[in-house]
Design a protein around this ligand. Structure first.
Ligand code: ZN
Length: 134
């Protein structure tokens, strides 16, 4: 199963590079690890952001409090839920690419930049990446 994840992950990386989105050896992205999630919850996947670039610190204000965030992280761990691996390759790759977008600077949420990448990828590679997945 781990082999399958790695294989599909490499395919995603290659497809993104083909349309000009460089994932590996990109100092704006840093290091990415992908693995099967230990939990089999409802989520398709998740992306943990580690090693924040301290120079990109900003404060997000909500009604009640201020949250420290960073635009850029240097390490990312993508986890894919085991049940997703039973689905079609295209769906698994859709999930992987969704999480890969979260690895890019300014894409920790599903804001404008995330949407821009998603739209570009959908148009050029025929995926269906959206903010939320059904
Ligand atoms: Zn997301």
């Amino acid at each position: 199963m781990d082999e399958k994840i790695q294989k599909l992950y490499q395919e995603c990386i290659q497809e993104l590079e083909n349309i000009g989105i460089k994932i590996t050896n990109n100092i704006d992205i840093g290091q990415i690890e992908i693995k099967l999630s230990k939990r089999n919850n409802k989520r398709y996947g998740a992306c943990k952001q580690l090693e924040p670039d301290k120079t990109t610190r900003y404060i997000e204000k909500t009604k009640r409090r201020k949250i420290v965030k960073y635009w850029k992280y240097n390490k990312h761990i993508i986890e894919i839920s085991p049940w997703v691996m039973e689905l079609q390759d295209k769906v698994i790759k859709n999930t992987i690419i969704h999480e890969l977008i979260h690895c890019m600077p300014n894409c920790n949420d599903h804001g404008e930049i995330f949407k821009k990448y998603a739209k570009y990828i959908n148009q050029n590679l025929g995926y269906d990446i959206s903010r939320v997945r059904k």
